[in-house]
Design a protein around this ligand. Structure first.
Ligand SMILES: [Zn+2]
Length: 67
């Protein structure tokens, strides 16, 4: 399984939506637990990094680079 790189400030689109219906989360802090905030309702959650990586659908970088 590939390691998904993301860092503070990135936004993550998760496969499983938050109870409020939002799928986009902002990364607030990384580590063995990653703190993310639901962009739609503003609630913060901490998720173990491994578990989070499995549920990431897409990483949206804050500053997209030209590829
Ligand atoms: Zn939410």
């Amino acid at each position: 399984m590939p390691i998904i790189p993301f860092s503070v400030g990135d936004r993550l689109e998760l496969k499983k939506p938050h109870p409020c219906g939002g799928r986009l989360f902002a990364v607030l802090r990384t580590g063995s637990d990653v703190r993310i905030r639901c962009i739609l309702c503003g609630r913060e959650v901490a998720v173990p990094r491994l578990k989070l990586e499995k549920s990431i659908k897409k990483v949206l970088s804050e500053e997209p680079e030209t590829k």
